[in-house]
Ligand binder design. Structure first.
Ligand SMILES: C[S@@+](CC[C@H](N)C(=O)[O-])C[C@H]1O[C@@H](n2cnc3c(N)ncnc32)[C@H](O)[C@@H]1O
Length: 174
């Protein structure tokens, strides 16, 4: 969810467009008849109500949550993926704008802002999380922080992996 205090707000559409379902669609009447009607960068991601009415599986941002084998995982129990925040940063702010996360945990929003040349402020009531956030910022500046790339497709199991099979112990109880 995003909110603005007035009708004057920043919304950079191009960095967050989603692929068009029919990129080859053309205007069929009027002055533009025959011309491509879409944008080569994709279409507006619209909002959740339209997602439900349309083919939602193509429109929702598919981002894995930060669990055990995620490259960004720390000891924070509800850490956000950096790429989730990156899209909001890109759409709703410009370079050199400020990004404030008053509940920054281990600093995912701060890293997302810094990756895109924004200035950042964060605070959290847990000193342990702030320490990890500081370590992550240092690693970010040193170029050693592991970050899941923005837009990387989510791994889909084929069903043939060993962990995707019903274990023998369970089969015995069938
Ligand atoms: C959902 S977590 C945020 C995780 C963060 N986005 C990240 O990726 O690490 C919410 C955070 O809010 C912090 N928090 C809760 N109440 C707070 C308060 N009153 N002041 C500051 N931080 C608070 C918690 O310690 C927790 O780290």
């Amino acid at each position: 969810m995003w909110f603005s205090k007035s009708d004057e707000y920043r919304f950079n559409l191009d960095p967050v467009r989603v692929p068009s379902k029919y990129p080859g669609k053309r205007h069929f009447k009027g002055d533009k008849r025959g011309q491509l009607s879409g944008n080569p960068l994709g279409k507006n991601p619209t909002d959740i109500w339209e997602f439900v009415a349309q083919e939602w599986d193509q429109e929702l941002w598919d981002i894995p949550n930060v669990k055990a084998n995620h490259p960004e995982k720390t000891l924070h129990p509800c850490q956000y993926p950096i790429e989730l925040v990156e899209r909001c940063v890109l759409a709703l702010t410009d370079e050199n704008d400020w990004v404030l996360d008053p509940y920054c945990g281990v600093g995912s929003a701060l890293i997302a802002g810094l990756r895109h040349q924004r200035r950042v402020i964060g605070c959290d009531k847990e000193a342990d999380y702030i320490e990890i956030a500081q370590d992550r910022l240092r690693a970010f500046y040193a170029g050693t922080l592991k970050i899941r790339p923005l837009g990387k497709p989510v791994h889909q199991p084929t069903g043939r992996e060993k962990v995707a099979q019903i274990p023998d112990e369970w089969k015995e109880n069938e």
